[in-house]
Design a protein around this ligand. Structure first.
Ligand SMILES: Cc1cc2nc3c(=O)[nH]c(=O)nc-3n(C[C@H](O)[C@H](O)[C@H](O)COP(=O)(O)OP(=O)(O)OC[C@H]3O[C@@H](n4cnc5c(N)ncnc54)[C@H](O)[C@@H]3O)c2cc1C
Length: 309
């Protein structure tokens, strides 16, 4: 076990939740030790536009990601670009963290690692992964400028990203498994009102085909069984996300779906281990809730530190 500085707080993941926690901790005079395996900003980097964060009328997702990174810089909070590979409990109740570059012990840890992509098994998926099948319209959409694409999903992300794709692609087909969409009505209406869009519901994608890159998908009507072949150059999947906590070597932290359970202080059942944002069992997974969680967890940790807990 390495010597522990009780002011140091490990933050695993630097999406909006982790960044917010780091800023609050730094301002409280604590020492956030921040681990990020990819990009600061997390999932916001994968969305075209964000329009529901109070105080910011409209912002491109990657731009918000850069602002989050800049803000950490302005508070002199270093980022350890390392993947956390394991987190275990030491006998004295402190935590042992193993990252891709080393290991370190902490008194306090915040899990802010978000969610992973839900697998979408269809015939041909492996063959066309990254050769026509994408999970990020803002990253890959421009590759399909002037071409026909399809989007799979029925939530806000699916309809919003499909609306963005419709602004650059010649035609966008959205395929949803149910007739009742999870997306907000205004978001659905905006997409449906565009001249170059079609919605197939209730349909499922059963096959992707092509010659080294994707050229078509076969969809099936879930009520009638009727099949259609749709010619496309790109397929964008917005089929949801799942918890990803394989690095956690502490038992019993999650609910039956894998989301981390917290109390109203955002503490897990293990003392001094907190979970914030999308990774916890919350009814709303958004930038606003993740940043609010980050602020609250940081405040509770600071207060525990002051009490010597
Ligand atoms: C397409 C799309 C559109 C969206 N649109 C909106 C919107 O318009 N408005 C809105 O409010 N919200 C939107 N959201 C949701 C919003 O992006 C998330 O709710 C928010 O980013 C959650 O923040 P977070 O900090 O909990 O997690 P995330 O943003 O997911 O960040 C988690 C971070 O942890 C890192 N990480 C994971 N595991 C490890 C590890 N083992 N070691 C180190 N780092 C790790 C990841 O790389 C990631 O950077 C959208 C999401 C998507 C996918």
């Amino acid at each position: 076990m390495s010597e522990i500085d009780p002011k140091e707080v490990a933050i695993i993941g630097l999406g909006p939740g982790g960044v917010s926690a780091s800023i609050y901790l730094q301002r409280y005079g604590m020492k956030p030790v921040c681990y990020e395996k990819a990009l600061v900003g997390g999932k916001v980097n994968e969305t075209e536009k964000i329009e529901n964060v109070a105080g910011i009328k409209s912002i491109k997702g990657p731009e918000l990601g850069m602002l989050l990174e800049d803000q950490m810089g302005s508070f002199d909070i270093p980022v350890h670009y390392e993947e956390v590979k394991a987190l275990t409990l030491n006998q004295d109740g402190t935590f042992h963290l193993v990252s891709s570059k080393g290991e370190k012990d902490f008194k306090y840890v915040i899990l802010a690692n978000g969610l992973a992509e839900r697998p979408f098994p269809i015939e041909g998926e492996e063959e066309f992964h990254k050769r026509g099948i994408s999970r990020c319209a803002i990253c890959d959409g421009p590759l399909y400028k002037g071409k026909d694409v399809a989007v799979v999903g029925a939530g806000n992300a699916a309809f919003e990203e499909a609306t963005y794709l419709a602004s650059i692609c010649s035609h966008v087909t959205l395929i949803a498994r149910r007739k009742e969409f999870r997306a907000d009505e205004t978001v659905v209406k905006k997409f449906e009102s565009l001249p170059n869009t079609t919605v197939y519901a209730p349909y499922e994608v059963i096959r992707a085909a092509g010659n080294s890159i994707i050229e078509s998908i076969t969809v099936r009507n879930k009520e009638t069984g009727e099949q259609k072949l749709i010619g496309i150059a790109g397929l964008f999947l917005y089929v949801g996300e799942i918890p990803s906590t394989s690095f956690l070597g502490i038992e019993g932290l999650a609910d039956e779906k894998g989301y981390i359970i917290t109390d109203s202080d955002l503490q897990t059942k293990v003392k001094n281990l907190y979970a914030i944002g999308d990774c916890r069992n919350t009814p709303l997974r958004q930038v606003a809730t993740a940043t609010g969680d980050g602020a609250l967890a940081a405040t509770n940790i600071h207060s525990s530190y002051q009490k010597g807990e």
